[in-house]
Design a protein around this ligand. Structure first.
Ligand code: 6R9
Length: 637
């Protein structure tokens, strides 16, 4: 039970949840007073109208997010560790206290001001996870500028698109990044990108490695200039609804959307979910493995933990560097209590076997979290039994860049409540999920499956799409008037628990039967030879849609393709239905994924349908994978 959440004597989850959706203003208003430090108080809790895409929380209130994340903790425990920078090379971690992080943030804030950056500007960060990246985010917040973190693995073209769309005056980067033992020339990518970005006046360059880089007139050596600055920087009083950051996320069509999050509502939601969903206690070490270039890194590596005065890990490496024991060696060395990772990484590690986990002492672990995709049964069991020794709860958290923080998770309040494997289960406080059918009718009662919508506004939700409010309305509020539409499908069990079945555009319709790709993948992944799978629907003359299955085999597995196909068809027929039996099965070496590890099924579908235009590939991790799949598919035909 998070200490702050108790209303009128109600402390159990269903009672609190019911209160939060009935007395929404009292609920959020009280928490905003209790948990945030305000410069001047707000006078309305919310002012929202879904039909216009209008979302406003805590209007007229003024606060500074960096003060909430730093200064107030420096007053009480300056020497507490805020950040543990887990650098690429194991055993070289760097710890940064709250006092040090505040100093770093102030110096950077002053440097940005000296460079002419102020309220209303946007600063693009092209940085790997590191204390300077966090300090840069907080420095923007301190002086009133918005930040736009671009994953430091995106191409120059993708970076340029995002810089241009935000009209950033400033880019912050490092000379080189280091990941998985490889050195990556990030500054070179920035040089290439900003050539086509007239808004950029300066590029601040920090040194991650000792290798020098060519500096132009536009470039500012960050450490050198920062050290000239004062360690005190007055925080700007920001309105609750001023922009805190923009973050780009791709849709299935069109250019990426720059989602906008604002100050107070976002911070409150990130911090309260971090505290409650994971039962985070003072002294715990929170290990969120996501890169800061994703919303997960924003909310659960940076803003949530820091607002709560926690200790948070910034992971620079990969799950398999220098070997597949990296995560668990890191858990042992840093004493991580909360490990928050992605199903894609769990599935990858599972392939390598249990020894890599069992080699290390994981007794510090209390809670395991999962985010980003549905976690299939096999991965869930392995995470729970092997990584967590059957002792640590697995918390499957459903949410989106758009939602700002976790919306559905098994234990939003009660640390002892039941957990059903592979399900996100319970809505968080203030979240009112509704399932709708194709006609837009709300599906009453339990045991139903439909489009997952949310019928009440909550403080963490995105406010608009930068420069395109109309697209915001059309994407999220027009498909089901009166509701926020998530784009995901979900099933509600008879107990009232929610299970996410995947993106709705990933739903397959075979001869009139709707099938979720997630449920098919879950069955396919139970085959002992299979490490990972992606199921797609593709247009089929007779059935409307056919079922295509792509599988990656476990390491060292040799199996005849016909035998495998036979096995998988039997498994699907037995566990789902005969009509769901795959039309083809293709073994691939790798699956096309986004940089954050989500399988890009829409590309696989286009490959199978032999489309020339594969759509927006800017978020694809490695385009070579697509060509491998195309070559393999041609042989199959
Ligand atoms: C936080 C994040 C959002 C989409 C979302 C859904 C999928 C995320 C999930 C999940 C099943 C979970 N997703 N968590 N699906 N179970 N626990 O990932 O944000 O990058 O914006 O992606 O990811 O499809 O709509 P984002």
């Amino acid at each position: 039970m998070p200490e702050a959440v108790a209303f009128q004597g109600v402390t159990d989850h269903s009672g609190l949840h019911e209160f939060s959706v009935r007395e929404t203003d009292t609920f959020w208003g009280t928490l905003a007073h209790q948990r945030l430090s305000w410069i001047s108080p707000f006078n309305t809790v919310q002012n929202c109208d879904f039909s216009q895409g209008k979302i406003k929380w805590f209007e007229s209130g003024k606060l500074n997010v960096s003060v909430n994340c730093l200064d107030r903790h420096v007053h009480t425990y300056p020497e507490r560790v805020a950040l543990i920078w887990e650098r690429d090379e194991p055993g070289t971690e760097v710890k940064v206290t709250y006092r040090e992080l505040l100093e770093l943030t102030c110096r950077l804030g002053n440097l940005l001001k000296r460079q002419g950056v102020g309220k209303g500007d946007c600063v693009t960060l092209y940085l790997p996870p590191c204390p300077l990246a966090v300090a840069s985010m907080l420095a923007c917040a301190r002086i009133g500028a918005a930040h736009n973190v671009v994953f430091a693995g995106f191409s120059a073209g993708a970076l340029a698109d995002r810089v241009r769309d935000t009209q950033s005056s400033t880019v912050i980067t490092v000379n080189q990044g280091v990941r998985g033992g490889k050195v990556i020339d990030l500054k070179k990518t920035v040089d290439q990108a900003v050539q086509n970005c007239p808004s950029v006046r300066q590029v601040l360059v920090a040194m991650r490695t000792e290798n020098t880089v060519v500096m132009t007139d536009r470039d500012v050596p960050l450490e050198e200039e920062m050290m000239k600055e004062n360690v005190v920087c007055d925080p700007v009083a920001m309105d609750s609804e001023d922009v805190l950051f923009l973050l780009y996320t791709s849709g299935s069509t069109g250019k990426p959307k720059g989602l906008v999050h604002t100050q107070a509502g976002y911070l409150l939601y990130a911090s309260i979910t971090h505290r409650s969903v994971f039962s985070y206690q003072d002294g715990d070490v929170f290990g969120c493995m996501a890169d800061i270039g994703w919303i997960t890194g924003h909310s659960y590596s940076v803003y949530g933990p820091l607002c709560n005065g926690g200790t948070t890990v910034l992971f620079e490496s990969t799950p398999v560097y220098p070997d597949p024991g990296r995560y668990w060696e890191t858990v042992e060395r840093l004493g991580i209590s909360h490990f928050y990772g992605a199903p894609t990484a769990i599935r990858l590690l599972l392939k390598y076997g249990d020894e890599w986990v069992q080699k290390y002492d994981r007794s510090s672990l209390k809670t395991l979290g999962s985010v980003g995709e549905p976690i299939n049964t096999e991965a869930w069991d392995w995470y729970h039994q092997v990584v967590g020794d059957g002792r640590c709860p697995v918390i499957d958290t459903w949410w989106q860049t758009e939602t700002g923080g976790i919306c559905i998770a098994p234990r939003p309040s009660d640390p002892d409540s039941e957990i059903v494997p592979g399900m996100a289960m319970r809505p968080f406080y203030g979240i009112k999920p509704t399932l709708l059918d194709a006609k837009g009718e709300s599906l009453p009662g339990c045991e139903s499956t439909g489009a997952l919508c949310i019928s009440l506004a909550w403080p963490g939700m995105a406010r608009t799409i930068h420069n395109d409010h109309q697209r915001f309305i059309e994407t999220y509020f027009q498909p089901y008037p009166g509701y926020f539409f998530t784009g995901d499908g979900a099933h509600r069990t008879k107990e009232g628990y929610y299970q996410i079945v995947g993106r709705l555009d990933d739903v397959i319709n075979v001869s009139g039967h709707r099938l979720g790709t997630a449920e098919l993948e879950d069955v396919v992944s139970l085959c002992p030879a299979v490490a990972e799978s992606a199921v797609i629907g593709y247009s089929h003359d007779i059935k409307g849609e056919g079922v295509g299955v792509f599988v990656v085999l476990k390491r060292g597995v040799q199996i005849d393709q016909d035998v495998l196909a036979q096995q998988l068809r039997e498994m699907v027929s037995r566990n789902i239905a005969k009509y769901a039996s795959p039309d083809f099965i293709q073994v691939v070496r790798r699956l096309p994924k986004t940089r954050s590890g989500k399988i890009m099924r829409r590309i696989l579908r286009k490959v199978v349908e032999q489309k020339d235009d594969l759509g927006d590939l800017s978020t694809l991790d490695d385009s070579e994978v697509v060509y491998e799949v195309i070559r393999g598919h041609q042989k199959l035909r």
